[in-house]
Design a protein around this ligand. Structure first.
Ligand SMILES: Nc1ncnc2c1ncn2[C@@H]1O[C@H](COP(=O)(O)OP(=O)(O)OP(=O)(O)O)[C@@H](O)[C@H]1O
Ligand SMILES: [Mg+2]
Length: 447
């Protein structure tokens, strides 16, 4: 029967016969083709590139502050984790909590490079989702037993290697033994007989397959954009010897220009009933950080113990949080920087027990004299205080190199906080001098 079509009616069999409209069909994947790679462009200073990407067992990066050591190594480790399953262990001598580790820096660098979505960040570790490379963080001082996990490590980063003691070195070196494993050391030199310096710079020269590279801020292409430039210039003018130690990485052989040579790192058991905690807080403005410390004083033993710290360039609204990360309860009295009464009032309105320190004429010098007459022990967890202990310096005469007994106004925020915390003791018998600037020589930014 001939096919007839009723006008106005669609025959369903005809509909089915109509070919589908043309559309794009992806070709089957070619098994020989690699999956498309994301281009990653990462900038390294020249010396860092040469050292970190060299095939070597030991990669030692030592030198001055702000040279880019920590950031470059953190970035290098991320690049390694993208490429293969590697166990990366970031260790240091002192790590009380994960906050003291390099974890935050590695996370930050991953975010900066838009790679954060490729990593899983847990409380204590980081893992790359595809390669399964993982990062662990450990303090050698307390975990000398768990150091066994270093046996399987492909890369070990020893950050702040200046404080690594001989015992940790002895255990670490033979334990990192996986074929092809590498150890990266970063530090700011202090003394020739520190174990890490003796190992790499001793009379016998560095161990085989080492690459030892000196760096300073001039090797950091990003230095000029940092907050550190001003701090560096102030010390360069104020105390050229300490400038050479702090910024160029020379050994610290001129202790007399350090404001607090009477400092050691350690922990003291305190009985809060007999030795109440004292708190001091310095407020930052502009590029300066705010700082709060918890301090104990034992007048019989002539000891001051700096037990806890918090610091940061935080907005006013976040200051209460910063303070509460150190005080036990809101009732704890905090002696504060008196130059900002508005900030003290703000903290008081937010429920904290704050009062202005009596920052009178000559108070800086007399406070320093007082702190110098004690033995100061800084808890290992107080990284910023330990750094300030290393950096806080006297001005020196440019011609003679003699100390001027006027401190360079930098790296003193934790020390100011400590002075405030202990002012009840230091003001005893103090005779304020006539110095209208409280003994601080201010260097204004002219550059
Ligand atoms: N790749 C980078 N991109 C942007 N800024 C960088 C980079 N590397 C370093 N910087 C800047 O330089 C500063 C100093 O770098 P870094 O902290 O790594 O130096 P460092 O040598 O470890 O210093 P320190 O001796 O004080 O530990 C950083 O705080 C950062 O501002
Ligand atoms: Mg560093």
């Amino acid at each position: 029967m001939p096919f007839t079509r009723t006008p106005g009616k669609v025959d369903p069999s005809v509909e089915r016969l109509t070919p589908p409209p043309p559309h794009f069909v992806a070709p089957p994947p070619d098994p020989n083709l690699e999956p498309p790679r994301r281009q990653l462009s990462v900038a390294f200073g020249e010396k860092f590139k040469r050292t970190l990407f060299a095939p070597a067992r030991h990669k030692a990066l030592l030198g001055g502050r702000g040279s880019g050591k920590s950031w470059s190594v953190a970035t290098y480790l991320i690049v390694q984790a993208l490429q293969a399953r590697k166990r990366i262990v970031c260790c240091r001598q002192f790590q009380n909590s994960i906050r003291d580790s390099s974890k935050e820096l590695i996370e930050k660098r991953a975010r900066d490079l838009n790679l954060a979505d490729q990593f899983a960040f847990s409380d204590r570790a980081i893992e790359h989702s595809l390669t399964k490379a993982d990062f662990l963080f450990m303090g050698l001082e307390r975990n000398i037993e768990s150091i066994r996990s270093l046996e399987g490590a492909d890369i070990v980063w020893v950050e702040e290697a200046r404080t690594i003691n001989a015992k940790s070195m002895e255990i670490l070196l033979p334990t990192v033994r996986k074929a092809g494993s590498e150890i990266i050391w970063t530090w700011n030199p202090e003394l020739p007989d520190d174990p890490v310096d003796a190992y790499f710079r001793g009379p016998n020269g560095p161990p085989p397959r080492s690459i030892v590279t000196f760096v300073d801020y001039r090797d950091n292409p990003f230095f000029k954009d940092t907050e550190m430039v001003n701090e560096m210039e102030v010390l360069k003018v104020g105390n050229p010897d300490r400038f050479k130690h702090v910024w160029l990485g020379d050994y610290d052989l001129k202790h007399e220009t350090k404001v607090f040579p009477n400092v050691s790192t350690g922990r003291i058991e305190v009985n809060p009933d007999t030795m109440p905690a004292r708190y001091g807080m310095d407020f930052g403005f502009g590029g300066d950080p705010s700082f709060i410390v918890k301090v104990f004083i034992n007048q019989d033993r002539k000891q001051i113990y700096i037990a806890r710290e918090a610091s940061g360039r935080v907005a006013m609204d976040d200051l209460p949080m910063l303070a509460r990360s150190v005080v036990e309860t809101d009732r704890d009295l905090i002696k504060c920087d008196s130059s900002q009464p508005g900030t003290i009032e703000f903290l008081s309105r937010r429920g904290l027990n704050v009062t202005a320190a009596q920052k009178g004429p000559g108070s800086v010098k007399s406070g320093i004299n007082f702190l110098q007459s004690y033995s100061i022990i800084i808890d290992p967890s107080c990284e910023q205080m330990r750094e300030e202990a290393r950096l806080y310096s006297w001005m020196t005469d440019r011609r003679t190199g003699q100390c001027l007994s006027v401190p360079v106004d930098a790296n003193n925020h934790g020390w100011d906080s400590t002075r405030y915390a202990l002012e009840d003791f230091s003001l005893d018998g103090d005779e304020p001098g006539s110095d209208p600037y409280g003994g601080v020589f201010q260097l204004f930014r002219k550059w």
